[in-house]
Design a protein around this ligand. Structure first.
Ligand SMILES: [Zn+2]
Length: 349
């Protein structure tokens, strides 16, 4: 069986895994990301691959990078949190490793993983929304990853939802991720606490009176303990998520919308028709588990966690391309028993 090595390069860590053809992860390693040093990142990636390849017969490497990757999947054009500006990462890694390498945007990689092995394994059209520090997105349309004309499609976090709204890191105002991300939730909670709001007192107490210690996980913890203010922060985040997803669903008509990332938690599934009708994800089950934009290692799929159905991702279920096409249009539109908005098991960690 052919094995590949998936690498996830983020702003804080580099994660590597050996993955088989069925999406099962056979080994994993993680190192801190020297995000400000371009060459150090490459050395760290090469070191990670060599360590994994020493134990497993790896034949190719897939890299998910938190940045804009060109359409030929070779060059990282820009990364907001990593020191990359037009870096020919593919060529440099192939030279150093002597293996075929593919570079792809991390949210695209995550969407493809969910499509192959996770929440979208039985459909042809999938929208993945990753909710963490920001909001990322990946889109699979009619069985193909959608990259757009220049390779930077599906940057859904920068969809404008509030004209003249909060300034975003991208330079525009009112982007969705300024309202529907873990960072947005923490920003608002801190603002309330800093303003002396009595509502935020319990949360502030949990933070030992230090506003800067109010974090996504702390808000989640307080919400679970019944703090109404923290519950409301999560509910607000959920409403903003629902608003954006409803707009995206109207344009894209995906069969499944999978939600991943640090804030999504593990049990945030809600039915799409509810999201459409009410403009939000109801039920309050989208508790935050953290606030990182964690897309998981490239190409990993849902084999490791969150796969409650042992048949999912099973061996030989789908050959690349052929099997899915043969299944064709049988899979669509489940309006009854199963929800269209699903948690992303391939991303759950
Ligand atoms: Zn933006």
């Amino acid at each position: 069986m052919s094995l590949t090595c998936g690498i996830d390069i983020g702003g804080t860590k580099i994660l590597g895994g050996v993955v088989d053809e069925d999406g099962a992860i056979l080994a994993e390693l993680r190192v801190e990301s020297p995000a400000t040093d371009e060459e150090a990142i490459e050395r760290a990636v090469c070191d990670l691959v060599r360590r994994l390849a020493a134990e497993h017969d790896v034949s190719a490497v897939g890299v998910g990078a938190a940045g804009y990757v060109d359409k030929s999947r070779s060059t990282v054009m820009f990364a907001p949190n990593i020191a990359w500006r037009d870096v020919a990462l593919r060529a440099e890694l192939e030279r150093d490793l002597g293996l075929p390498v593919v570079i792809e945007n991390d949210a695209n990689v995550a969407a493809w993983g969910e499509f192959r092995f996770g929440a979208g394994a039985d459909v042809d059209d999938l929208l993945l929304v990753t909710v963490g520090t920001g909001v990322g997105g990946g889109l699979v349309l009619d069985g193909s990853l959608y990259r757009g004309a220049f390779g930077v499609g599906a940057e859904i976090g920068h969809m404008r939802v509030v004209p003249g709204g909060v300034l975003c890191g991208c330079g525009n105002h009112g982007c969705w991720e300024q309202y529907a991300s873990g960072s947005a939730m923490v920003r608002e909670a801190r603002s309330e606490a800093r303003g002396g709001s009595l509502l935020a007192r319990r949360l502030l107490d949990l933070a030992d009176g230090d506003v800067d210690r109010i974090t996504g996980p702390l808000i989640t913890e307080a919400a679970r303990a019944g703090d109404p203010f923290s519950v409301e922060q999560l509910a607000t985040l959920g409403r903003w998520l629902g608003e954006g997803i409803a707009s995206l669903a109207a344009i894209l008509d995906p069969a499944v919308c999978a939600i991943g990332g640090g804030v999504s938690g593990h049990r945030c599934g809600s039915r799409r028709h509810q999201g459409r009708r009410r403009g939000g994800l109801r039920g309050g089950r989208g508790a935050a588990g953290g606030s990182s934009h964690d897309a998981g290692p490239a190409g990993r799929g849902g084999a490791r966690r969150g796969r409650t159905d042992p048949g999912r991702g099973g061996g030989g279920r789908r050959s690349p391309g052929g099997g899915r096409r043969a299944r064709g249009r049988r899979v669509r539109r489940r309006r009854g028993g199963e929800g269209h908005v699903r948690p992303a098991p391939a991303l759950a960690r």
